[in-house]
Design a protein around this ligand. Structure first.
Ligand code: URA
Ligand code: URA
Length: 226
């Protein structure tokens, strides 16, 4: 299972499609842009920025006082697809952006392999602050931070959510079931279809499970495209 290879193939297909659409534009054949309204994206972007400001004031948890940066989210405020991970790690805390370390590089490859542009999706976490030493988030931290994530998802209003890893999946689905039991099928979060799959950091340690995640994310791709 090689996400890089699939991602490269997806990139060359999307280049061909883009060239054809350019040709169709030039010949006046394309009436349907399929695009979303830029005004709506702007409005959502402003609402997210406002929410990020509120979150940056939050010091309810110890980790809020220890962090270098708040890690709120990255990507398209008007995305159809939102990925939710667990919590910022070292690099995320330094840069103030989610999934920028090794796990993030794999997540980006998975997104491109699905045929999407990383800039078209939105990526966030359950926690906005880094737990020291990358320990697991505490239940209290998850509950406190969930209000921000709920609002964040309400603003973006995606068509589907992908929860990566056990912590994100269990927190969003309010269940104790293992990621192995939850992955591979659609659940629901606040009326939005939610697919659970393995965390990219787990896949780096257990590459043989990449094919399961590939199955899971293809279900998301088919849901969005078919
Ligand atoms: N792992 C996560 O769950 N989130 C990040 O942002 C980075 C690593
Ligand atoms: N445990 C987790 O929390 N996440 C995974 O992706 C796999 C095992």
């Amino acid at each position: 299972m090689d996400f890089e290879k699939i991602a490269n193939e997806a990139l060359s297909v999307s280049r061909i499609l883009r060239n054809r659409l350019d040709l169709a534009d030039k010949s006046g054949l394309r009436h349907f842009t399929g695009g979303k309204s830029p005004a709506q994206a702007r409005k959502k972007g402003e609402a997210l920025a406002e929410l990020q400001n509120q979150a940056s004031e939050c010091r309810k948890c110890e980790i809020g006082r220890q962090r270098t940066n708040l890690v709120f989210g990255r990507g398209n405020p008007d995305a159809d697809l939102v990925f939710i991970g667990e919590a910022p790690g070292y690099h995320e805390d330094r840069q103030g952006l989610p999934f920028v370390g090794r796990a993030g590089q794999l997540l980006d490859k998975i997104i491109v392999a699905m045929g999407f542009d990383v800039k078209d999706v939105y990526i966030g976490n359950i926690l906005k602050c880094r737990p020291e030493g990358n320990r697991n988030p505490s239940p209290q931290e998850i509950v406190r931070c969930m209000a921000f994530l709920e609002k964040q998802i309400e603003i973006i209003s995606p068509k589907v959510i992908c929860a990566v890893g056990g912590i994100a999946s269990k927190s969003l689905l309010s269940t104790q079931k293992s990621i192995g039991a939850l992955r591979g099928r659609f659940h629901e979060f606040r009326g939005i279809p939610l697919m659970a799959t393995y965390h990219p950091a787990y896949l780096l340690r257990n590459p043989s499970d990449k094919k399961k995640t590939w199955e899971d994310v293809q279900k998301i791709r088919d849901f969005l495209l078919l």
